[in-house]
Design a protein around this ligand. Structure first.
Ligand SMILES: Cc1ncc(C[n+]2csc(CCOP(=O)(O)OP(=O)(O)O)c2C)c(N)n1
Ligand SMILES: [Mg+2]
Length: 269
């Protein structure tokens, strides 16, 4: 693992996602930035995927359940060569497959998502399929904190340990902000570690912006086939990387204007 090149990739993800959101006048840059470092580590060093063969049978599956933050996933897939970077220029335009909620029509994207609470149930199915077929892939599901308000997730959190899905790794982008308020004020999730432990998951807690820590945790969670599913609670900052976006509810929905775009780009450079 080369922390320098992964950090560089995370910066490129942020800049690319910012340009896409600016050009399309779309939303959700805050939640794209909070998971950029996690995506960089996944695609640089953790996921077994091949850009020239996106449907390779034994690829690891990454399901982006917080599909509204798709700009960052499209960005890393483009940067990694799943499709030409130029195609990202059509993001959010009429007729484009690069929808502003994640679309499985894009090479490297496993599922379409955007209606929160759907990724984890599907991830359980994919992990169960791997078990039944004795295939080696790991299924990762990247979720948001506000998304945990959806009841469908808790059915899956109950089910996965029962099925012994030790080939399933859930990552929670715990940026403490949802669309219209702070998580603790809308539906407080705490104590979150204890909830998952009570549901019989193996729980890891990390700083979701510390490249080395993300790498060490995700790779050991992936490797441990010990009978239990893993959940990684990643403490993150919504809008991470641009000072006037960090920890600001506004940047869940707001699209940057020309001045904000230039300022943000300057900081990311
Ligand atoms: C089922 C459902 N209800 C409502 C929405 C509208 N919505 C879009 S994003 C969001 C929450 C954003 O907060 P969070 O889930 O924490 O995502 P992040 O902070 O990572 O952007 C909501 C309620 C949705 N996408 N799906
Ligand atoms: Mg959030």
């Amino acid at each position: 693992m080369d922390a320098k090149s992964t950090t560089y990739l995370a910066g490129e993800i942020r800049k690319t996602a910012l340009s896409m959101v600016y050009e399309a006048k779309s939303s959700h840059i805050g939640g794209a930035f909070s998971m950029a470092d996690i995506l960089a580590v996944l695609y640089e060093d953790v996921l077994h995927v091949d850009p020239s063969e996106p449907k390779m049978v034994d690829r690891d599956r990454l399901l982006l359940s917080k599909g509204h933050a798709c700009s960052a996933l499209y960005a890393v897939l483009g940067l990694k060569g799943f499709f030409p970077m130029e195609s990202l220029a059509s993001y959010g335009q009429d007729g484009s497959s690069f929808l502003t909620h994640i679309s499985h029509y894009i090479p490297g994207v496993e599922i379409s998502a955007g209606s929160l609470g759907h990724g984890l149930p599907i991830a359980c199915g994919l992990a169960l399929a791997a078990k039944r077929k004795a295939r080696p892939w790991t299924t990762f599901c990247l979720m948001s904190d506000g998304e945990l308000d959806e009841g469908s997730n808790w059915e899956s959190f109950l089910l996965a340990p029962q099925l012994g899905l030790d080939n399933l790794v859930v990552i929670i982008d715990y940026n403490k902000i949802q669309s219209l308020g702070f998580v603790k004020d809308v539906i407080d999730l705490e104590p979150l570690i204890q909830k998952f432990e009570a549901f019989k998951w193996e729980v890891f807690t990390i700083d979701g912006h510390e490249i080395q820590e993300i790498y060490t945790t995700l790779s050991s969670a992936k490797a441990a086939r010990n009978g239990v599913p893993k959940v990684v609670i990643a403490h993150t900052v919504k809008g991470k990387g641009v000072d006037f976006m960090e920890n600001k509810l506004l940047w869940h929905y707001k699209s940057p204007n020309a001045t904000e775009y230039q300022q943000a780009l300057g900081q990311l450079d």
